[in-house]
Design a protein around this ligand. Structure first.
Ligand code: ATP
Ligand code: FE2
Length: 328
Protein backbone atom coordinates (compact mmCIF):
# COMPACT_ATOMS: atom_id res chain seq x y z
CA UNK A 1 0.00 0.00 0.00
CA UNK A 2 1.23 3.52 -0.87
CA UNK A 3 -0.31 6.69 0.61
CA UNK A 4 0.28 10.27 -0.52
CA UNK A 5 0.17 12.89 2.26
CA UNK A 6 -0.49 16.62 1.95
CA UNK A 7 0.77 18.99 4.67
CA UNK A 8 -0.17 22.67 4.79
CA UNK A 9 -0.94 23.72 8.38
CA UNK A 10 1.25 26.84 8.40
CA UNK A 11 4.38 27.98 6.56
CA UNK A 12 5.28 24.70 4.84
CA UNK A 13 3.58 23.09 1.85
CA UNK A 14 4.72 19.49 1.57
CA UNK A 15 3.85 16.27 -0.26
CA UNK A 16 5.08 12.89 0.96
CA UNK A 17 4.74 9.27 -0.10
CA UNK A 18 5.14 6.28 2.22
CA UNK A 19 4.48 2.56 1.96
CA UNK A 20 3.14 0.15 4.55
CA UNK A 21 6.66 -0.63 5.77
CA UNK A 22 6.92 3.04 6.83
CA UNK A 23 9.52 3.61 4.11
CA UNK A 24 9.56 7.28 3.20
CA UNK A 25 9.52 7.08 -0.61
CA UNK A 26 9.62 10.85 -1.16
CA UNK A 27 9.20 14.22 0.52
CA UNK A 28 8.86 17.41 -1.53
CA UNK A 29 8.49 20.63 0.50
CA UNK A 30 8.50 24.38 0.00
CA UNK A 31 8.45 26.82 2.91
CA UNK A 32 6.80 30.23 2.71
CA UNK A 33 9.21 32.83 4.06
CA UNK A 34 7.67 36.26 4.67
CA UNK A 35 9.84 39.13 3.36
CA UNK A 36 9.70 40.65 6.86
CA UNK A 37 7.94 39.94 10.16
CA UNK A 38 5.80 36.88 10.92
CA UNK A 39 3.50 34.73 8.77
CA UNK A 40 0.43 36.26 7.12
CA UNK A 41 -2.03 33.33 6.76
CA UNK A 42 -3.51 34.38 3.42
CA UNK A 43 -0.13 35.06 1.83
CA UNK A 44 1.13 31.68 3.03
CA UNK A 45 -2.00 30.03 1.56
CA UNK A 46 -1.41 31.75 -1.81
CA UNK A 47 2.14 30.42 -1.75
CA UNK A 48 0.86 26.89 -1.09
CA UNK A 49 -1.68 27.06 -3.95
CA UNK A 50 1.14 28.07 -6.31
CA UNK A 51 3.64 25.39 -5.31
CA UNK A 52 1.41 22.33 -4.70
CA UNK A 53 1.08 21.18 -8.36
CA UNK A 54 4.86 21.02 -8.79
CA UNK A 55 5.34 19.44 -5.32
CA UNK A 56 2.93 16.61 -6.23
CA UNK A 57 4.81 16.05 -9.50
CA UNK A 58 8.19 16.15 -7.74
CA UNK A 59 7.14 13.67 -5.03
CA UNK A 60 5.81 11.24 -7.64
CA UNK A 61 8.98 11.60 -9.74
CA UNK A 62 11.30 11.19 -6.73
CA UNK A 63 9.54 8.01 -5.64
CA UNK A 64 8.94 6.61 -9.15
CA UNK A 65 5.36 5.93 -8.00
CA UNK A 66 2.66 6.29 -10.69
CA UNK A 67 -0.68 7.89 -9.73
CA UNK A 68 -2.38 4.53 -10.36
CA UNK A 69 -0.17 3.02 -7.61
CA UNK A 70 -1.33 5.50 -4.95
CA UNK A 71 -3.90 3.78 -2.70
CA UNK A 72 -5.14 6.80 -0.70
CA UNK A 73 -4.70 10.54 -0.24
CA UNK A 74 -4.24 11.88 3.30
CA UNK A 75 -4.24 15.53 4.36
CA UNK A 76 -3.65 17.66 7.47
CA UNK A 77 -7.12 18.50 8.79
CA UNK A 78 -5.88 20.63 11.72
CA UNK A 79 -4.80 22.32 13.89
CA UNK A 80 -3.43 25.17 11.83
CA UNK A 81 -4.15 28.37 9.94
CA UNK A 82 -7.54 28.19 8.18
CA UNK A 83 -6.52 29.52 4.74
CA UNK A 84 -3.39 27.29 4.67
CA UNK A 85 -5.34 24.19 5.72
CA UNK A 86 -7.99 24.85 3.06
CA UNK A 87 -5.32 25.12 0.34
CA UNK A 88 -3.96 21.66 1.21
CA UNK A 89 -7.40 20.08 1.67
CA UNK A 90 -8.47 21.33 -1.76
CA UNK A 91 -5.45 19.69 -3.40
CA UNK A 92 -6.15 16.44 -1.50
CA UNK A 93 -9.83 16.43 -2.57
CA UNK A 94 -8.89 17.01 -6.22
CA UNK A 95 -6.37 14.12 -6.19
CA UNK A 96 -8.80 11.83 -4.37
CA UNK A 97 -11.55 12.52 -6.94
CA UNK A 98 -9.23 12.41 -9.95
CA UNK A 99 -7.59 9.13 -8.90
CA UNK A 100 -10.76 7.69 -7.34
CA UNK A 101 -8.97 6.90 -4.08
CA UNK A 102 -10.08 7.28 -0.40
CA UNK A 103 -9.56 10.64 1.30
CA UNK A 104 -8.15 10.40 4.84
CA UNK A 105 -8.10 13.34 7.28
CA UNK A 106 -5.17 13.41 9.71
CA UNK A 107 -4.51 15.40 12.89
CA UNK A 108 -1.20 17.21 12.39
CA UNK A 109 0.01 16.72 15.99
CA UNK A 110 -0.79 13.01 15.98
CA UNK A 111 1.18 12.76 12.73
CA UNK A 112 4.29 14.23 14.44
CA UNK A 113 3.86 11.52 17.12
CA UNK A 114 3.29 8.62 14.74
CA UNK A 115 6.25 9.28 12.43
CA UNK A 116 8.57 9.57 15.45
CA UNK A 117 7.07 6.43 16.99
CA UNK A 118 7.45 4.21 13.94
CA UNK A 119 10.98 5.42 13.17
CA UNK A 120 12.04 4.92 16.79
CA UNK A 121 10.80 1.33 16.92
CA UNK A 122 9.52 2.16 20.43
CA UNK A 123 6.05 0.82 21.11
CA UNK A 124 4.57 3.31 23.54
CA UNK A 125 6.89 6.29 24.02
CA UNK A 126 6.11 9.63 25.62
CA UNK A 127 6.32 12.45 23.07
CA UNK A 128 7.79 15.90 23.56
CA UNK A 129 6.22 17.81 20.69
CA UNK A 130 7.98 21.15 20.31
CA UNK A 131 7.08 23.15 17.21
CA UNK A 132 6.12 26.68 16.20
CA UNK A 133 2.50 26.64 17.27
CA UNK A 134 2.54 23.74 19.73
CA UNK A 135 4.45 22.68 22.81
CA UNK A 136 3.02 19.53 24.38
CA UNK A 137 3.98 16.47 26.37
CA UNK A 138 1.82 13.68 24.96
CA UNK A 139 1.10 10.08 26.00
CA UNK A 140 -1.29 7.49 24.63
CA UNK A 141 -4.08 6.21 26.86
CA UNK A 142 -7.39 4.47 26.15
CA UNK A 143 -8.14 5.27 22.53
CA UNK A 144 -6.47 8.63 22.06
CA UNK A 145 -3.35 10.69 22.67
CA UNK A 146 -3.57 12.72 25.88
CA UNK A 147 -1.90 16.07 26.48
CA UNK A 148 -0.25 15.83 29.91
CA UNK A 149 1.32 19.27 29.77
CA UNK A 150 1.55 22.14 27.34
CA UNK A 151 2.33 25.79 26.85
CA UNK A 152 -0.05 28.15 28.59
CA UNK A 153 0.61 30.93 26.09
CA UNK A 154 2.70 30.72 22.90
CA UNK A 155 4.45 27.74 21.32
CA UNK A 156 8.22 27.48 21.89
CA UNK A 157 9.00 27.94 18.16
CA UNK A 158 6.78 31.01 17.84
CA UNK A 159 8.53 32.40 20.92
CA UNK A 160 12.00 31.83 19.37
CA UNK A 161 10.87 33.23 15.99
CA UNK A 162 9.25 36.31 17.54
CA UNK A 163 12.29 37.05 19.69
CA UNK A 164 14.67 36.65 16.76
CA UNK A 165 12.60 38.96 14.52
CA UNK A 166 12.35 41.59 17.32
CA UNK A 167 16.15 41.41 17.61
CA UNK A 168 16.40 42.30 13.91
CA UNK A 169 16.50 38.84 12.28
CA UNK A 170 14.28 36.99 9.81
CA UNK A 171 11.85 34.04 9.91
CA UNK A 172 12.41 31.23 10.88
CA UNK A 173 14.34 32.34 13.93
CA UNK A 174 14.88 28.99 15.69
CA UNK A 175 17.76 27.67 13.53
CA UNK A 176 19.50 31.08 13.36
CA UNK A 177 19.16 31.59 17.11
CA UNK A 178 20.68 28.12 17.57
CA UNK A 179 23.76 29.14 15.54
CA UNK A 180 24.01 32.43 17.46
CA UNK A 181 23.71 30.66 20.83
CA UNK A 182 26.77 28.52 20.02
CA UNK A 183 28.95 31.66 20.35
CA UNK A 184 27.31 32.87 23.59
CA UNK A 185 28.79 32.13 27.01
CA UNK A 186 27.21 34.25 29.76
CA UNK A 187 24.02 32.86 31.35
CA UNK A 188 21.72 35.86 31.85
CA UNK A 189 18.81 35.64 34.33
CA UNK A 190 15.46 34.93 32.64
CA UNK A 191 12.06 33.85 34.05
CA UNK A 192 11.84 30.07 34.39
CA UNK A 193 8.13 29.37 34.07
CA UNK A 194 7.05 25.81 34.84
CA UNK A 195 3.61 25.14 36.34
CA UNK A 196 3.20 21.45 37.03
CA UNK A 197 3.55 19.92 33.59
CA UNK A 198 2.78 23.21 31.80
CA UNK A 199 5.14 25.96 30.66
CA UNK A 200 4.86 29.61 29.59
CA UNK A 201 7.14 31.72 27.40
CA UNK A 202 5.70 35.23 27.08
CA UNK A 203 7.37 36.42 30.31
CA UNK A 204 10.73 35.23 28.97
CA UNK A 205 10.12 37.07 25.69
CA UNK A 206 9.47 40.35 27.53
CA UNK A 207 12.48 39.84 29.82
CA UNK A 208 14.83 38.95 26.94
CA UNK A 209 13.79 42.06 24.98
CA UNK A 210 14.32 44.20 28.10
CA UNK A 211 17.84 42.74 28.53
CA UNK A 212 18.56 43.47 24.87
CA UNK A 213 17.39 47.08 25.27
CA UNK A 214 19.84 47.39 28.18
CA UNK A 215 22.74 46.27 25.98
CA UNK A 216 22.99 42.48 26.51
CA UNK A 217 25.04 40.77 23.76
CA UNK A 218 22.82 38.87 21.31
CA UNK A 219 24.85 35.61 21.45
CA UNK A 220 24.58 35.63 25.27
CA UNK A 221 20.84 36.27 25.02
CA UNK A 222 20.39 33.44 22.49
CA UNK A 223 22.44 31.10 24.68
CA UNK A 224 20.50 32.03 27.83
CA UNK A 225 17.11 31.71 26.12
CA UNK A 226 17.98 28.25 24.78
CA UNK A 227 19.36 26.97 28.09
CA UNK A 228 16.39 28.30 30.10
CA UNK A 229 13.60 27.34 27.69
CA UNK A 230 14.96 23.85 26.98
CA UNK A 231 15.53 23.21 30.68
CA UNK A 232 11.82 23.95 31.19
CA UNK A 233 10.87 21.44 28.47
CA UNK A 234 13.27 18.85 29.87
CA UNK A 235 11.78 19.29 33.36
CA UNK A 236 8.16 18.73 32.26
CA UNK A 237 9.21 15.73 30.19
CA UNK A 238 10.97 14.23 33.20
CA UNK A 239 7.94 14.88 35.41
CA UNK A 240 5.69 13.06 32.92
CA UNK A 241 8.13 10.12 32.72
CA UNK A 242 8.22 9.86 36.50
CA UNK A 243 4.42 9.95 36.87
CA UNK A 244 3.88 7.36 34.14
CA UNK A 245 6.80 5.20 35.29
CA UNK A 246 7.75 5.33 31.59
CA UNK A 247 11.22 5.01 30.09
CA UNK A 248 11.05 6.06 26.44
CA UNK A 249 10.82 9.54 24.95
CA UNK A 250 10.55 10.60 21.31
CA UNK A 251 10.87 14.14 20.02
CA UNK A 252 8.82 15.79 17.27
CA UNK A 253 8.12 19.22 15.79
CA UNK A 254 10.52 21.72 14.22
CA UNK A 255 12.22 22.71 17.48
CA UNK A 256 13.21 19.05 17.91
CA UNK A 257 15.84 19.80 15.23
CA UNK A 258 17.76 21.69 17.92
CA UNK A 259 20.98 20.01 19.11
CA UNK A 260 20.86 21.52 22.59
CA UNK A 261 17.26 20.38 23.18
CA UNK A 262 18.10 16.89 21.86
CA UNK A 263 21.15 16.72 24.13
CA UNK A 264 19.34 17.89 27.25
CA UNK A 265 16.37 15.52 26.84
CA UNK A 266 18.71 12.65 25.95
CA UNK A 267 20.87 13.34 29.02
CA UNK A 268 17.83 13.40 31.31
CA UNK A 269 16.22 10.28 29.81
CA UNK A 270 19.39 8.20 29.70
CA UNK A 271 20.27 9.39 33.19
CA UNK A 272 17.06 7.67 34.33
CA UNK A 273 18.03 4.50 32.46
CA UNK A 274 15.63 5.18 29.57
CA UNK A 275 15.80 5.67 25.79
CA UNK A 276 15.43 8.85 23.73
CA UNK A 277 14.87 9.04 19.97
CA UNK A 278 14.70 12.06 17.66
CA UNK A 279 13.77 11.63 13.97
CA UNK A 280 15.97 12.96 11.15
CA UNK A 281 15.53 16.73 10.92
CA UNK A 282 13.53 16.71 7.65
CA UNK A 283 10.92 14.55 9.43
CA UNK A 284 10.88 16.68 12.63
CA UNK A 285 9.72 19.77 10.73
CA UNK A 286 6.35 19.78 8.98
CA UNK A 287 6.37 17.24 6.14
CA UNK A 288 3.96 15.29 3.94
CA UNK A 289 5.46 11.90 4.87
CA UNK A 290 4.16 12.04 8.46
CA UNK A 291 0.69 12.82 7.13
CA UNK A 292 0.91 9.96 4.62
CA UNK A 293 2.07 7.50 7.32
CA UNK A 294 -0.65 8.48 9.78
CA UNK A 295 -3.19 8.39 6.95
CA UNK A 296 -2.08 4.84 6.19
CA UNK A 297 -2.60 3.82 9.85
CA UNK A 298 -6.01 5.52 9.89
CA UNK A 299 -7.12 3.95 6.62
CA UNK A 300 -6.14 0.48 7.81
CA UNK A 301 -8.29 1.17 10.90
CA UNK A 302 -11.23 2.08 8.63
CA UNK A 303 -11.01 5.87 8.77
CA UNK A 304 -11.75 7.79 5.55
CA UNK A 305 -14.24 10.53 4.62
CA UNK A 306 -16.33 11.55 1.61
CA UNK A 307 -15.33 14.89 0.06
CA UNK A 308 -18.40 16.59 1.56
CA UNK A 309 -17.28 15.46 5.04
CA UNK A 310 -13.70 16.66 4.67
CA UNK A 311 -13.90 20.15 6.18
CA UNK A 312 -10.71 21.41 7.81
CA UNK A 313 -10.57 21.91 11.58
CA UNK A 314 -8.19 24.77 12.50
CA UNK A 315 -8.60 24.15 16.25
CA UNK A 316 -8.51 20.35 16.28
CA UNK A 317 -6.43 19.51 19.38
CA UNK A 318 -4.29 16.39 19.73
CA UNK A 319 -6.72 14.94 22.29
CA UNK A 320 -9.87 15.58 20.21
CA UNK A 321 -9.30 12.75 17.74
CA UNK A 322 -9.47 8.99 18.26
CA UNK A 323 -6.63 6.73 17.16
CA UNK A 324 -8.26 3.31 16.61
CA UNK A 325 -5.05 1.82 15.16
CA UNK A 326 -3.56 2.00 18.66
CA UNK A 327 -6.30 -0.16 20.17
CA UNK A 328 -8.91 0.98 22.65
P1 ATP B 1 2.91 23.01 14.27
O1 ATP B 1 1.68 23.23 13.43
O2 ATP B 1 3.19 21.61 14.58
O3 ATP B 1 3.02 23.94 15.40
P2 ATP B 1 4.85 24.45 12.79
O4 ATP B 1 3.99 25.08 11.79
O5 ATP B 1 5.39 25.28 13.82
O6 ATP B 1 4.11 23.19 13.29
P3 ATP B 1 7.31 22.94 12.38
O7 ATP B 1 7.99 22.75 11.06
O8 ATP B 1 6.92 21.72 13.15
O9 ATP B 1 6.09 23.83 11.99
O10 ATP B 1 8.21 23.85 13.32
C1 ATP B 1 8.71 25.10 12.89
C2 ATP B 1 9.39 25.77 14.06
O11 ATP B 1 10.60 25.06 14.38
C3 ATP B 1 9.79 27.21 13.79
O12 ATP B 1 9.35 27.98 14.89
C4 ATP B 1 11.32 27.16 13.73
O13 ATP B 1 11.96 28.33 14.18
C5 ATP B 1 11.61 25.99 14.66
N1 ATP B 1 12.92 25.38 14.42
C6 ATP B 1 13.36 24.76 13.30
N2 ATP B 1 14.66 24.36 13.44
C7 ATP B 1 15.04 24.72 14.69
C8 ATP B 1 16.26 24.61 15.44
N3 ATP B 1 17.34 24.05 14.93
N4 ATP B 1 16.27 25.09 16.71
C9 ATP B 1 15.17 25.68 17.24
N5 ATP B 1 14.01 25.84 16.58
C10 ATP B 1 13.94 25.37 15.32
FE1 FE2 C 1 4.17 20.85 12.88
Amino acid sequence: MVVLGIESTAHTASVGLVDEGAHVLAVASDMYKPPSGGIHPREAANHHVEVFPSLVERALALSSVRPSEVDAVAFSQGPGLGPCLRAGATVARILSLAWNRPLVPVNHCVAHVEIARVLSGLDDPLLLYASGGNTQVIAYSRGRYRVLGETLDIGIGNFLDKLWIELGGTFPGGPQLEADAKTGSELLPLPYSVHGMDVAFSGMLTAALALSARGARRPDLSYSVEVTAYAMLTEITERALAHLRAEAVVLGGGVACNDRLRGMVRGMTEGRGGTMYAPPRNLCVDNGAMIAWTGLLALRAGQSVPVEGSAVAPRQRTDLVTTPWRGS
